[in-house]
Design a protein around this ligand. Structure first.
Ligand SMILES: [Ca+2]
Ligand SMILES: [Ca+2]
Length: 300
């Protein structure tokens, strides 16, 4: 079984469609040592779900656009947001020109797509026959059964020359190429930073849109099983930090947010889905299981 799973892993990396089964479980959500929106710490049970192992890439998003003629929010508005120590709205920034009209994604096929809004991310996941993860699913995928600070544990993202994430400076908060990449890195470039279930780049590379509307007080009233905030507000939650963040920004409990029509050059996403009907839903081994999401499940 284990041997077969490893063979499957190799095949699935080539197909670029790999998902990880996160088994049903109870974990500790939030942090008393973080920002106010991370409190109170509370126990949450999350049903089994599949999570994309990697952030959605430029090549994958290009296939979506080719098949659907989808026009992203930044393309409609003519502008996206760039991070250079602060956020600036810049004309001509979109997913093909992530840092403005003079930039391109040439040679960045396996880098995460950015300058896609929450609405664009949701459209992509639906086309794939998937959905965005909930905030609780995202944090569960990052923390496992425990209350670790980062997906890999409590050690800092850098020890000497060993990097566990694509991130920025060790002091707040700017792009830095010391980890090998000034902006995004190809997905899966930091295997030391994998989560307990084997999900890559949850911390760093790009922030990730999730399903929930942002309510800084949600943890005071959220249910204990499969919480998700569907009460509309002004902003959607993003998780995990990105290439311009310091170690504080990479913490698995940190909750930030942006308006759902914004595209930003440090924000991307990954998809999730309910357990496949033919797949085991509980009692899975701790490290999760992989499968390929069949193209027959895709829809426009
Ligand atoms: Ca970097
Ligand atoms: Ca990420």
């Amino acid at each position: 079984m284990l041997h077969g799973a490893r063979l499957g892993l190799v095949l699935l990396v080539f197909l670029g469609e790999e998902m990880i089964l996160v088994p049903r479980g109870t974990f500790t959500m939030g942090s008393d040592a973080g920002e106010p929106a991370e409190r109170p710490v509370h126990r949450v049970t999350v049903s089994a779900f599949w999570m994309d192992r990697y952030e959605a890439t430029n090549a994958e998003f290009a296939a979506f656009v080719a098949a659907t003629s989808h026009v992203t929010d930044p393309e409609r508005s003519g502008a996206g947001w760039l991070w250079d120590g602060r956020w600036r709205e810049v004309r001509g920034a979109d997913w093909r020109h992530p840092h403005g009209s003079d930039s391109s994604i040439e040679g960045l096929d396996r880098h995460p797509v950015v300058q896609v809004s929450w609405r664009d991310a949701r459209a992509y996941c639906l086309w794939k026959g998937k959905r965005l993860p909930t905030e609780a699913e995202w944090e569960r995928a990052a923390r496992g059964d425990g209350r670790r600070t980062y997906p890999w544990g409590n050690a800092p993202p850098r020890e000497g020359r060993r990097y566990r994430a694509s991130y920025g400076s060790d002091d707040c908060c700017r792009a830095d190429a010391a980890d090998g990449y000034r902006f995004t890195a190809p997905v899966g470039s930091f295997p030391l930073g994998r989560s307990p279930f084997g999900v890559d780049d949850l911390a760093g590379n790009v922030w990730e849109w999730v399903e929930d509307w942002f309510d800084p007080a949600f943890y005071r009233r959220s249910p204990g099983v499969d919480p998700v905030n569907r009460t509309p507000g002004d902003m959607k939650v993003i998780r995990g930090g990105g290439w311009g963040n310091d170690p504080w920004g990479l913490r698995s409990t940190l909750r930030h947010a942006n308006p759902p029509h914004f595209g930003l050059d440090m924000v991307g996403f990954r998809c999730a889905s309910a357990p496949h009907p033919a797949s085991p839903q509980r009692g899975e081994e701790k490290r999760g299981t992989t499968h390929r999401q069949g193209s027959e499940q895709s829809r426009v």
